[in-house]
Design a protein around this ligand. Structure first.
Ligand code: UDP
Length: 453
């Protein structure tokens, strides 16, 4: 008789940068043939995901109710895709409302599976409250941080030890190395935080709850990201498993459920016409954009430097990210026609097949906001990074990539594009052992409980 597969419940925050690595982890676990996956999210995110899961996938998608309007979010907001910057605190706070629904969902799974409980809950780093529900039900639980451990160690430490406002540099008190953070590496939210603002209250409540998890999974690789792993292992006294790099395969890129502004084929055909290592790819991820003046400068710089490029453009800061891109207003006059006629560049609106682009032999460098998925995708394909961090832990990712790993040069946190790439090291890594260890821990807990019962 075939052995019953154990069920794993996964619940990411509703943001592309979180859903993508969760999906990559879900597909990885499903492919081991030992687990079934229950993937929890809000209705519209699951609808997008459903249309793009690989055909042979039997991941169960489970809806959880969400009422953004109750948290002063614009109607129909179910993810961060076009969320204005100032509403992020409301968005984070709104996720606390999932708790009773998640409890109900987990208890419902027991009934559906004839009393068999899931072997593990893997929740987003924002949902550390899920440990309480897992413990009530005797289920092993981990958090999954889709980002790098160094970036999140800085982020964690800064929110729990708010920086002094009177200084340009801040020394992270509980950090072993590379511990100086400059004021320009802090987001506006952090610079203004005084402990009583809504984000401080949120993070100071949520981050210490990481200690309640049975362990933390990071989408990272021990060989390049040791400092952060050590930080969390000491700080939390919990196992920390670097199970990365978890990436969606090129075929399943639509997994994020986004529509491309250009077909993969057109993009590939254009890249095929360019020499090896000759094209710069420019993209700032799924939810960040730059100011209109920066966009104008960047366009002029790209054109003037004469290098080939693909640039994914989004409306600049202050405009609805889902609105039409107004090239005549936000780019230099005649820019698009000139670069199209000369063949120098390709401007893609909204969303590009990023992994296909990065895996193409004609790509030479990636001008990136240093979101961790982008970082892993670039490094897995041996593409060096030109860093332009814009928000959150991206500043610390860029610091790690430049100062510790040496595969990036940061050119801007504002408007300073004078530096040049100085290091093109490549790396590849795998974390099979960490993945095995975490699964063994979950299985052991379930076995021990069965024996008790
Ligand atoms: N992405 C993409 N096409 C785009 C922009 C982004 O496929 O035009 C994908 C990218 O490959 C990555 C994710 O969206 O997997 C962005 O995640 P990241 O952590 O880099 O940044 P975030 O969006 O969370 O800031």
């Amino acid at each position: 008789m075939a052995q019953r597969k154990e069920n794993i419940v996964m619940f990411p925050l509703m943001a592309q940068g979180h859903i993508i690595p969760f999906l990559a982890l879900a597909l990885h676990l499903e492919n081991t043939n030992r687990y079934t996956i229950t993937f929890v999210n809000t209705p519209s995110n699951l609808k997008k995901l459903k249309s793009s899961l690989p055909q042979n996938s039997s991941i169960h998608l489970r809806e959880i109710p969400f009422d953004g309007i109750a948290h002063d979010l614009p109607p129909c907001t179910e993810n961060t895709d076009s969320l204005p910057f100032h509403l992020f605190p409301n968005f984070f706070e709104s996720t606390l409302s999932f708790k009773p629904h998640f409890r109900k969902l987990i208890n419902g799974l027991f009934d559906e599976q004839n009393g068999h409980k899931p072997v593990c809950i893997i929740a987003d780093m924002f949902f550390a409250w899920s440990a309480e529900i897992a413990q009530e039900c005797g289920i092993f639980n981990t958090l999954f941080v889709g980002g790098g451990s160094f970036g999140f160690a800085c982020f964690y430490s800064l929110w729990l030890n708010l920086p002094h406002r009177d200084s340009d540099e801040f020394l992270l008190p509980d950090f072993p190395e590379a511990s100086r953070i400059h004021v320009t590496q802090m987001t506006k939210f952090l610079r203004l935080a005084d402990g009583s603002d809504s984000l401080s209250v949120f993070f100071q409540k949520v981050l210490p709850q990481w200690m309640n998890a049975d362990g933390i999974l990071f989408n990272t690789i021990e060989e390049v990201d040791k400092i952060g792993l050590m930080y969390f292992s000491r700080k939390l006294g919990r196992p920390v498993w670097p199970v990365g790099p978890l990436l969606l395969s090129t075929g399943s890129r639509a997994g994020a459920g986004k529509e491309y502004g250009i077909s993969t084929e057109l993009c590939k055909n254009w890249l095929d016409t360019k020499p090896c290592n000759s094209v710069i790819y420019v993209s700032f991820g799924s939810q960040n954009t730059i100011a209109a003046s920066q966009m104008m400068q960047l366009a002029m710089t790209l054109e003037a430097c004469g290098k080939n490029f693909i640039w994914v453009v989004k409306p600049p800061l202050g405009f609805d990210m889902n609105s039409e891109f107004r090239a005549n207003e936000w780019l230099p006059e005649g820019f698009e026609e000139r670069i199209k006629d000369s063949g120098q560049g390709l401007v893609v609106q909204k969303w590009a097949p990023q992994v296909e682009i990065l895996s193409h032999k004609s790509i030479s460098a990636f001008l990136s906001h240093c979101g961790w998925n982008s970082v892993l995708e670039a490094l897995s394909h041996g593409v060096p990074i030109i860093g332009w961090p814009l928000a959150a832990e991206q500043f610390y990712d860029s610091k790690l990539l430049e100062e510790v790993i040496g595969v990036c040069v940061e050119v801007s946190r504002g408007m300073n594009c004078e530096n040049a790439v100085r290091n093109e090291e490549k790396f590849k890594g795998s974390s099979v052992k960490a993945m095995e260890q975490f699964l063994d821990a979950a299985l052991m807990m379930k076995k021990a409980q069965k024996e008790e019962d």
